[in-house]
Structure formats: C-alpha cells, structure tokens
Ligand binder design. Structure first.
Ligand code: SF4
Ligand code: FES
Length: 383
C-alpha cells in the first residue's frame, strides 16, 4: 500500500456497508448465532448519541447502507432515534430482526423515522420446530404477523432462513412460506461455524445427501420464482472444494461495530483469539478503517503463505475466510481448510461426515454465560 504526503493509504477504498450490532440482547437463543460466546452486557453498549455519531462518521467515510442488527436490535428502545440519525446522514437502513418484539405501532414509528427495509429471520416452516430452534414459544406465529405488517407498511421484505440438518428437509416448504409472505427476496444461508454455531456443530451439520438435495431444490426454485422473489443461496463451506470470498475481502467493503463500539472487519472477527480491535470510543472511524492493525492484518493478498501465495485463484477468493481458518486450525492466517489445496482439507471432509452422522445432540442455546469460553478452547478442528 502506498502512503501519500498526508499519510493516507492511497489504495484503501471506502467501505460501502456497516453492520451496527446495536445490542447482544435477544429474546431468542438460536444455537447457530454468529455473536461471540462472550456476549456484551447492556451497561457496556454504546449510547444513542454514540451510535448516531458512529453512523454519521460512517456516512462521511463513504458508507451507503447501515444494517441494524444485534442480538435483536428492537431490544433497544432508542431504535427509532438511531434510524432517524441514519436517515439524516443519508444512509439506507435495513433492519435485521427476529421480529418477536415488534408491534404494528412500533414498526410504523420506525418507518416514520426513516426505515427503508426489513430482513426478517425464520427458523423453519414448521412452527413447533421453529420455536424449538429459537427456544422461544410462539415466536414463529409472531413472525408471520410481522411479515404482514411490513407489507402493510409498504417496505420491501427479505426473509432470512438459516438452514442446517434439523430443518433442511423442509427447504421446499420454507421457500413456499417466504413466497406466501410476499418476500421480495429470500436468503437461504447454511450455518457458518463460528461462535455459537461452532459449539453446536454436531447438532447442526447437514449430511452430504441433504446438501445435494438442497442445492437442487434451490436451483429449481430460483427458476420457478424468477421475477417474483429473488433467492440467494449461501452454500455450506464444509462441503465445498473452494472457499468463498468472505466479506468480499477483509477490510475491503464492509465493517461491523459491536455493541460496545469495537470496529470489526467481519461480524465474527472477535472469535479469533489474540486479535484486538479498536473502539469508536478511542479513535475516529476513518482512522480505524485506514490504520488499525486488525484491518490491515488480512487486507489484500500480501499476508498469504503457501499454497495461497502462488495460487492462481488468490485474487478471486482472497484466501477464503479468516474466522473459519482460525476456528478449524487455530491459525487465522492459514489457508481456509474448505479449499481442496489446504493440507487440512481431507480432515475437514472427514470431520463434516462425523458431525453429520452424530445423531441429534441437544442444542447448547445462546445465552449469557458465567464464564466466557474462548473460541480456541472449544474448537474441535482439523489440526
Ligand atoms: Fe484460494 Fe488459497 Fe485455495 Fe488458492 S490455495 S484456491 S488462493 S484458498
Ligand atoms: Fe470472518 Fe469469514 S466470517 S472472515
């Protein structure tokens, strides 16, 4: 990276999107939650004014969209104020919500404040299993109401469905449900095994047959719903031969801000032991984006070792996912083991088969724990 006379790194592009994790509080306890194991407490959360200021700084830095997430962002009573702040900074706002805390009146207030889009999660098409996965009674029924209210309010609706061994056999019904809710987009994402999902990997890992059937189902549905409902599909890493271009590159277009103000190159970056992240309480956002060690650590391709360093695919996939490399090997700079050229790839294939055949272990639900467990200590990886 070249440095100009004013000390600015010249080839760092501005980010396009910010994920604002307003809180880790959430009434649901999904076992695949991407939040860190050590959840932030309410008393540590950024204040209303701090969030509005971060959003203003983000807009000045070049961000176009802010995704309001958590935990459950509607657990913040000041959500409308934060949305109004984003609107006055000229940003497009997307609310990523489990929905169960919303009322029709509250949603209307958020729309008046400037909300542009709602992304509503569902756990399954089957209400009983959906409520079991989220560990929240009658949550599914509430979500169906919320989808109606979003449509009434005239906002575009995306349905987000995280899929795994315990709901994948109902993928066709999940797609039909999203269509019946008038979703303009459906995101079907296989579980990414960081954080809580890593703890629950044996309970969630799909079988190879399920993955093949799911891919065929999605492809048929993409044809069937073309022009009516867009269907995005995030494939399951453990069954891939090449890694995904995670985050479209570390420190490239995206950053997340945690509830207590840490700025992260990826929403799961705090799962990497040994990395430290700067806070918006200590540094301006612009400085963090350009100069923070955590952002520059895996920017571009200079950090790569073999086999990535000399691989012709390195510009396309940028070496895959750093959080996954850490979760599986204990080394965030390793080649992502989902890559067939990784020395860990065969072990990963065996590990996926083992987990998928492990019956139905009980979920370890996401909740505040007395003792924080580091990611490293719970990994059953491929080392
Ligand atoms: Fe991508 Fe590295 Fe695998 Fe090459 S070796 S395909 S750059 S992850
Ligand atoms: Fe963090 Fe891929 S999830 S880099």
């Amino acid at each position: 990276m070249a440095e100009t006379s004013d000390g600015v790194m010249s080839d760092i592009q501005p980010p396009l999107a910010m994920l604002a994790e307003l809180t880790h509080r959430c009434p649901l306890q999904c076992p695949y939650c991407s939040n860190p194991i050590a959840l932030s407490r309410r008393t540590d959360e950024l204040t209303t004014d701090e969030w509005i200021d971060v959003i203003r700084q983000a807009a000045a830095l070049g961000v176009l969209q802010v995704h309001l997430s958590g935990g459950e962002p509607t657990a913040r009573k000041d959500l409308a104020e934060i949305i109004a702040g984003a609107r006055s900074s000229g940003l497009y706002t997307n609310l990523i919500t489990a929905g169960v805390l919303l009322t029709r009146e509250r949603l209307a207030a958020l729309v008046i404040a400037g909300l542009d889009h709602v992304q509503l999660s569902i756990q399954d098409s089957d209400p009983v299993n959906a409520d079991r996965i989220g560990n929240y009674r009658s949550g599914h029924a509430r979500k169906m109401l919320v989808a109606d209210w979003v449509r009434e309010a005239g906002l575009p609706l995306t349905i987000n469905a995280v899929v795994h061994r315990q709901n994948l056999d109902r993928l066709k019904e999940i797609i039909t449900l999203a269509s019946s809710l008038d979703a303009h987009r459906l995101e079907i994402a296989h579980v990414q095994y960081h954080g809580w999902a890593l703890k629950n990997r044996a309970a969630l890992m799909p079988t190879h047959d399920q993955v093949q059937a799911a891919t065929a189902t999605v492809e048929a549905a993409q044809d069937r719903y073309r022009g009516k409902m867009a269907i995005d599909y995030v494939v399951p890493d453990y069954y891939a031969r090449r890694p995904k271009r995670c985050m479209d590159g570390w420190g490239s277009q995206f950053f997340a801000v945690s509830p207590r103000g840490h700025v992260l190159p990826c929403h799961a970056a705090e799962s990497i032991d040994g990395m430290t992240f700067s806070s918006v309480r200590e540094h301006p956002l612009d400085w963090i984006w350009r100069y923070d060690d955590a952002f520059n650590r895996f920017r571009g391709i200079d950090w790569m070792s073999e086999p990535c360093r000399s691989c012709p695919h390195r510009y396309r996939d940028l070496g895959g996912c750093r959080c996954q490399a850490f979760a599986l090997t204990g080394d965030a700079a390793a080649t992502d083991p989902t890559c067939e050229f990784s020395p860990h790839h065969e072990a990963l294939v065996a590990l996926a088969a083992d987990d998928a055949g492990s019956g139905a272990p009980r979920y370890r639900y996401r909740r505040y724990e007395q003792t924080a467990v580091s990611e490293r200590s719970m990994v059953s990886g491929v080392r």
